[in-house]
Design a protein around this ligand. Structure first.
Ligand code: IPD
Ligand code: CA
Ligand code: CA
Length: 263
């Protein structure tokens, strides 16, 4: 399939960093049994992947700004284009050798997401989207699922772990959702949760307290797959608030109806 030059740049960068993460995943399996565990190793893998992405993306598009989870914001001469990158989304999964993690690259132009890529090197699934051109999984066009009844839907969410988020609120959300949906899932990589919504595997997804790099690429991929992405208010921006709700227009609206009064 023919991609734009921009998507080619993103794919090339993601595949190189992906090869590095995949090699590191193999090493982690050995480290699980050591007393020290693989934590420091994972931090190094994460940083290495981000530097590779930074090098490749800025070499191909000099001057673009770069916001990465590990290295923070690096301003570019071109103030209109900003890469928003999570080199390793799903760190806890990666640390435990669970193959549900991804590289996430979004490109924001004048405040609007114009391209996104999410790549899981463990299973070689590559999701891409460009504004107005649709969303793709390994070159196949993808669409959000069409279900309209929440009691037939499988919905993913995030769960705040120790020291993070509002646990009591999360439990109230669970209680409400459990009564209404066919299945709840917590996969542990926000980018892939959104990619799964785009691919119609999941009907919807919500999570609070995320960072722009968790959801930048997912936002455009879900939208280009025909879905709606908002904050919990239903008409606010997930990228600004850090709270995200997505699905087809019916599911997104139903989720907002349940979640909004709780927060
Ligand atoms: C995390 C994952 C996880 C979500 C966390 C994120 P990280 O990103 O996306 O699914 O629940 O809140 O911070 O730390 O693995 O890059
Ligand atoms: Ca992340
Ligand atoms: Ca990360």
């Amino acid at each position: 399939m023919l991609h734009s030059a921009l998507i080619n740049v993103m794919v090339k960068a993601a595949r190189r960093a992906g090869r590095s993460l995949k090699r590191d995943l193999g090493e982690i399996e050995n480290l699980q049994v050591s007393l020290k565990g693989p934590a420091n190793f994972v931090t190094a893998a994460d940083r290495r992947a981000e530097e590779m992405l930074y090098d490749d993306l800025t070499k191909a598009r000099p001057g673009y700004g770069f916001i990465g989870e590990e290295g923070g914001t690096r301003e570019g001469a071109d103030k209109t284009n900003i890469w928003i990158v999570d080199p390793l989304d799903g760190t806890t999964n990666f640390l435990h050798g669970i193959p549900q993690f991804a590289i996430s690259i979004g490109l924001q132009r004048e405040g609007v997401m114009v391209a996104g890529l999410i790549y899981n090197p463990a299973n070689d699934e590559l999701y891409i989207a460009e504004r107005g051109k649709g969303a793709f999984l390994n070159d196949q066009r993808i669409r959000v699922a069409a279900r309209r009844k929440l009691n037939e839907c499988v919905i993913a969410c995030g769960l705040p772990h120790i020291g993070r988020g509002d646990h009591e609120l999360s439990r109230r959300e669970m209680t409400e959702m459990q009564e209404r949906v066919a299945g709840l899932r917590r996969f542990g990589a926000a980018s892939l949760d959104m990619a799964f919504v785009a691919a119609g595997r999941l009907d919807g997804y919500w999570e609070r307290n995320l960072k722009p790099w968790d959801i930048a690429a997912g936002t455009i991929i879900v939208r280009e797959a025909g879905g709606i992405v908002t904050g919990i208010d239903g008409n606010d921006s997930a990228l600004t608030t850090g709270h995200v709700v997505c699905g087809n227009e019916f599911v997104q609206a139903e989720l907002v109806k349940i979640l909004k009064p709780l927060g």
